[in-house]
Design a protein around this ligand. Structure first.
Ligand code: 7GP
Length: 829
């Protein structure tokens, strides 16, 4: 071998995928990046060394992908989202690179605890729940389906809080995910964009006498890029997640800035850094929080400036901007993109209105994630005036043209004009962000069939009347890599063995091949053994944390999701209390032993949700200790439900609770994760439950409750929860038991807000659905005793989940919304 090719071979092994190459690189990284040898390395040292070893391998493919994308001038999806709830990277990247076995073998050889190294990773919790996790699943699927994409968002220093349970109450703890450093990101200090706030807008005449506008912000900060590579599964495509961190610009030079006012200068610097400091921990907007609007503008502006930079670098003109980029607005948080892209094109790049508007309208696409009225974002006009005066002007100008169109289309309908206006004129003028997003977008979509229909018939009805062709449905999906292969390796191995190959991992529809085996008793037994093992693992984990290790033979009944009244954790709880009463009344009551497991965070300011958490823990405390119950019932609360803990939960669930009031849950995605892992669902006809039930078969799904239409009718007829309370003895005694103080050491006041609210208001109609829910739960009870039948249903739930892979969702977006094609990447040796 000559010297050159020897060097080349060496280069290859530096990022080689063999056990030997991994082992060598790992030790190297441990020594040179962590300054440690094996004998003194901490868990975190080992994790970091492993992470850097994997990252090196991603980087090689990333550079190659960027090169191919650029060479082919590939159309690129830009997913703008205020949240990306990624979860731990290490195991996922090992799977996607196809080297988890080699890595495990390398670890074994070095006598390392591989699982412990994976466990050491602190997850980046840069999201609240469904919307943020969906963005992360979509990043995985974009790379896997080989679609060039950039995820743009905010690099929050503090992500979603850590939840600890103290005396049954949720207590929030700051999330310090960056404290040990983040090996997955690459800071790009030179890739920074100025972002203005405040000041005023002015007109001026350019050299040709054309009147133009410019914004003179009072304050400027910088957004600095932090890049994380996102590796596709089984391909060489690596996409980019680019998160912005706010900084004071260099001109904040303490000497030059504000001579003599040293403290003032420091204060201003802190102000700049505050913008990317913390994620707002609510799954709906908090009214009028100035910092939140600043965050939204901050990341939108940086992202668009970055896209413009890329386009100018590649083609020297912005004329074809909308052919190069498809921007997806993940709910209204990035809706300011519409106004900011207009401003950048017109004020900074001197385009005329018509051209800028055509580009903007052809670039943006908008996904709505909720119909809850309180979650529809609006911002006071006064706040806009103060923070974003030029954008307000642009919004007014968009609005004027838009309302003219409405008037021409619907003659003499000023009520409609007022309803559709970008400005809500009633009681304090406000900018309606959903309207801004809708007017500025080519396509608008909901996230499940029912949700998309309700979107068209309720909150966006007027827009659907005007532009029906812009409305679409793209049913959500989740990635089977993280939520099956990574989190449930035993199940994955069993499936692969039975199918004879692992094609299903990136072609989930092919799980249908397994269906003929659903009857096979040998498979059923192994299927059950895998489930029981997962339950045992979860039981050990819960035992160590809550003091109660549930029996893995009992039915694991799980509700894990954010706490919200519309999700009706209290419906589940009322049923549990009713079961408890049955046992108390008759010690011989024949019940299938069950473990009820709850998990989820409540927004720190959401009193009722926090009270529900307390009640669950209080009920658990009484039931779990009661000798008469004797293990038949257990109620456990898994603290700190996040992506990592979710991965422990999904494989271990027998029954998945998807019990929202019909019409309220836009889609749900946890429902898919449970079902993929062989849990059966008890659920309402809400969100994607409807489609899940259609796919898995009605006979393999426990349905209860009113339909969305019935909900509406009942509400219109005047819903009286009190009547249900009076009429239904079971329900009444469950509620009365809470009110009696049994679960609060005799304190009859503690849970009164909850019980009173149920009896007298019950906005989410818990009482109306209780009886049907209770009956369906009795069916569950019976069904679980027939192991063969249950296992068969469980297998069919998994094999029929093909539709709910996020790969399918992304293909839908690519074909129907973005018109973008895959760009495969080869890696040459
Ligand atoms: C959630 C929806 O509540 C959930 O049903 C859906 O599956 C998920 O988005 C993904 O589409 N919405 C949010 O998380 C959220 O924050 C307010 O919505 C903007």
């Amino acid at each position: 071998m000559n010297q050159l090719s020897a060097a080349a071979a060496d280069e290859r092994t530096r990022t080689g995928l063999s056990k030997e190459a991994l082992s060598r690189a790992f030790l190297d990284n441990l020594f040179y990046l962590q300054g440690r040898s094996l004998d003194v390395a901490t868990d975190n040292n080992l994790y970091q060394a492993a992470a850097f070893t994997v990252r090196d391998r991603l980087l090689e493919r990333w550079i190659r992908s960027a090169h191919v994308y650029k060479e082919q001038n590939a159309r690129t999806v830009c997913y703008l989202s205020a949240e990306f709830l990624l979860g731990p990277h290490l195991a996922n990247n090992l799977i996607n690179l196809g080297i988890i076995e080699a890595a495990r073998a390398a670890g074994d050889e070095l006598d390392l605890d591989f699982e412990q190294i994976l466990e050491s990773e602190e997850e980046p919790g840069l999201g609240n729940g469904g919307l943020g996790r969906l963005a992360a699943c979509y990043m995985d699927s974009l790379a896997t389906t080989q679609i060039p994409a950039i995820g743009y968002g905010i690099r929050y220093e503090f992500g979603i809080f850590d939840q600890v349970i103290v005396d049954g109450w949720q207590v929030e703890k700051g999330d310090t995910w960056l404290r040990n450093g983040n090996p997955w990101e690459i800071p790009r200090p030179k890739l920074a964009f100025p972002v203005g706030f405040g000041g005023y807008s002015e007109e001026y005449a350019d050299e040709y006498g054309v009147v133009r506008h410019r914004w003179r912000p009072e304050l400027q900060i910088n957004g600095v890029a932090y890049d994380t590579p996102i590796m596709g599964y089984g391909v060489n495509n690596v996409n980019l997640l680019r998160l912005w961190r706010s900084e004071a610009p260099e001109s904040f030079n303490f000497g030059a800035f504000n001579v003599g006012d040293y403290y003032g200068a420091v204060h201003a610097k802190i102000g700049a850094e505050t913008i990317s400091k913390v994620l707002y921990p609510n799954d709906e907007p908090e009214a009028g929080k100035e910092l939140r609007l600043k965050q939204q503008f901050f990341f939108v502006s940086c992202s668009l400036q970055d896209m413009i930079r890329l386009q100018l670098r590649n083609t020297g003109t912005l004329e074809h901007f909308s052919e190069k980029f498809a921007v997806q607005l993940n709910d209204t948080h990035p809706a300011l993109a519409v106004a900011e892209l207009m401003r950048l094109l017109m004020d900074e790049h001197l385009m005329g209105w018509e051209q800028a508007w055509t580009i903007t309208r052809n670039t943006c696409h908008f996904t709505n994630h909720t119909l809850l009225p309180e979650a529809l974002e609006t911002w006071p006009v006064e706040l806009f005036e103060r923070l974003l005066p030029r954008h307000l002007e642009i919004i007014y100008a968009i609005n004027q043209r838009f309302l003219d169109e409405v008037r021409v289309r619907f003659l003499n309908d000023e009520a409609r004009v007022a309803r559709m206006s970008l400005i809500d004129e009633g009681g304090g003028r406000k900018v309606r962000m959903a309207h801004l997003a809708a007017v500025g977008s080519r396509a608008i979509n909901g996230v499940a069939e029912l949700h998309s229909e309700l979107l068209k018939s309720t909150v966006m009805k007027d827009f659907n009347d005007l532009w029906p062709e812009r409305f679409h449905n793209v049913t959500n999906g989740v990635t089977p890599r993280r939520f099956m292969v990574v989190s449930n390796p035993e199940l994955a191995a069993l499936i692969t063995e039975t199918c004879g190959n692992d094609r299903w991992v990136s072609d989930l529809e092919s799980l249908r091949d397994l269906e003929p085996h659903a009857e096979d008793h040998a498979l059923q037994q192994r299927w059950r053994a895998v489930k029981t093992n997962a339950k045992r693992e979860l039981s050990d984990w819960l035992g160590a944390r809550t003091g109660y290790a549930p029996d893995p033979e009992s039915l694991f009944d799980v509700q894990a999701k954010r706490f919200h009244e519309y999700k009706r954790q209290h419906l589940n709880l009322l049923h549990i209390i009713w079961l408890y009463e049955q046992i108390k009344q008759n010690a011989n009551t024949d019940l299938t032993p069950r473990t009820f497991i709850f998990g989820g965070k409540a927004a720190p300011g959401y009193f009722m949700a926090k009270l529900m958490i307390k009640l669950i823990n209080a009920v658990g405390e009484v039931i779990n200790k009661d000798p008469q119950v004797n293990g038949t019932l257990r109620v456990l609360f898994m603290p700190d439900f996040n992506v990592k803990n979710g991965q422990r939960l999904y494989p271990a669930a027998d029954l998945s609770e998807q019990i929202s009031l019909a019409g309220k849950e836009a889609s749900g995605t946890g429902n898919m994760k449970f079902s993929m892992n062989g849990a059966l669902t008890i659920g309402t006809l809400d969100g994607a439950n409807i489609e899940i039930r259609d796919e898995v078969g009605h006979e393999n799904f426990f349905l209860f409750g009113m339909t969305a239409t019935e909900v509406q009718q009942r509400q219109e007829a005047g819903y009286q929860p009190w009547e249900y309370y009076q009429r239904n003895e079971q329900l009444r005694s469950a509620i009365d038991l809470i009110a009696s103080g049994l679960f609060s050491h005799g304190d009859a006041e503690l849970f009164r807000p909850l019980t009173e609210n149920l009896i007298h208001h019950d906005p989410f109609m818990v009482l109306a659905d209780f009886e049907d829910y209770r009956e369906r739960q009795q069916e569950v009870d019976r069904a679980y005793r027939d192991a063969h039948h249950w296992d068969r249903m469980s297998i069919l739930n998994t094999t029929r989940m093909g539709k709910f892979s996020s790969d399918r969702s992304i293909r839908d977006y690519a074909q129907r919304i973005w018109q973008v094609e895959p760009t495969p990447v080869e890696v040459h040796d």
